[in-house]
Design a protein around this ligand. Structure first.
Ligand code: UT7
Length: 335
């Protein structure tokens, strides 16, 4: 049975940098509060005049990833696209990406809606398709445009300071060589009892017309979050998932060469690192520069690590995520 190896990575973020001081001009917050509570120093936002969707960022990220893999759009035989901020209500962004990137007609495009765990859900699905022999080259993308949906008033400040826009892509391919490289194990979880701890109510198919004036007035179209509850579960679930996924492939925490956790809050990343007893050189964080880019956060960090030469052939690379749903998961690869 083939394994799934990463053939290329890429990312794309908007040019516009939004600093903590920029946010402090919009609502009551401060650079000191944001840095201390989240570790974030800046994030990227698409232009306020509109016109840029996640699929535009995803297209650039995918081009870079394909180039790194030595492949072209015609080589892609499946697209898996993870996002919580699709360009439109439907169809899914996978189809928009397919058209913009010029991936041949007929190639399937699957959209994954698992928020901060979207990349890992997509990775597990991709791995299954590749191992079963169904597809040879899968383009897996995580992309978000959060900035158009953030409440830029005092009422939304807890959420708005966290999120940034960005996209990242990974090209995965079948490896039949038997050299032990590839995805070794994945693990996915959800607990829908917490679905409304971090969510956006509107637009909503349970309401006639899907979006009412009352909903807009009540700011139901902006994300709502109980940050402390998310934080508490995140620092419990990610270490547990990592221990479990490592156990599945006979590895221990000490075997990890590089851990990339979902970038939601530097304090969460550091708490996970501490619980696992990992040294600083075994982890990578870039939330300081991008904020929380949700489905894009793990592949964006991965691409930066690849380009900085932090991953060598044979390295053990682990991922863990936690977010809305609640959904969480982990994966381990031999690079
Ligand atoms: O991808 C997964 C999604 N999300 C997460 O993982 C988020 C997880 N949670 C968090 O990151 C943190 O809970 C936050 C960063 C959101 C908040 O940090 P916290 O240490 O849990 O603060 P808190 O919510 O308990 O609020 C402390 C204070 C409050 O004021 P009072 O009630 O103590 O007077 C808030 O009103 O900080 C206030 N506050 C702010 N102050 C300045 C909340 N947001 C802000 C802000 N600037 N942006």
């Amino acid at each position: 049975m083939p394994t799934s190896v990463v053939l290329g990575t890429g990312h794309c973020v908007p040019e516009r940098i939004v600093t903590n001081d920029d946010l402090a001009r919009l609502f009551d917050t401060s650079d000191a509060w944001i840095r201390e509570r989240t570790g974030i120093e800046q994030r990227r936002w698409v232009p306020d005049e509109g016109g840029t969707g996640g699929s535009d960022l995803a297209t650039e990220a995918a081009r870079t990833a394909l180039q790194a893999a030595g492949l072209g759009p015609a080589d892609v035989d499946m697209i898996v696209y993870a996002t919580l901020s699709p360009d439109h209500f439907f169809p899914g962004d996978g189809c928009f990406l397919q058209a913009k990137l010029d991936v041949p007609a007929g190639v399937p495009a699957l959209d994954v809606r698992n928020q901060c765990s979207g990349f890992l859900y997509g990775l597990a699905v991709t791995d299954s398709f590749i191992r079963s022999g169904s597809y040879q080259h899968v383009l897996l993308v995580g992309a978000e445009v959060h900035s158009t949906g953030l409440d830029r008033s005092n009422l939304g400040r807890d959420v708005t300071v966290l999120f940034g826009d960005g996209a990242a892509a990974v090209v995965l391919g079948a490896n039949d060589s038997g050299d032990g490289r590839g995805i070794l194990a994945t693990e996915l979880h959800a607990d829908g009892r917490h679905a409304k701890v971090l969510w956006t109510d509107a637009p909503s198919c349970v309401d006639r017309g899907r979006m009412t004036v009352e909903q807009i007035q009540a700011r139901r179209h902006f994300a709502e979050m109980s940050g402390r509850r998310v934080f508490k579960h995140a620092i419990e679930c990610m270490p547990a998932a990592l221990h479990s996924v490592l156990g599945k492939c006979g590895l221990a925490v000490a075997d990890i060469d590089l851990l990339i956790t979902h970038q939601a809050n530097l304090r969460i990343c550091e708490a996970v690192q501490k619980q696992l007893g990992l040294r600083d050189d075994q982890v990578f964080n870039n939330i300081m520069r991008y904020g929380n880019t949700t489905a894009a956060s793990i592949p964006l960090a991965l691409d930066e690590c690849v380009r900085a030469g932090r991953i060598r052939r044979g390295s053990i690379v682990a991922f863990a995520s936690f977010g809305a749903g609640f959904t969480w998961g982990a994966a381990v690869l031999r690079w």
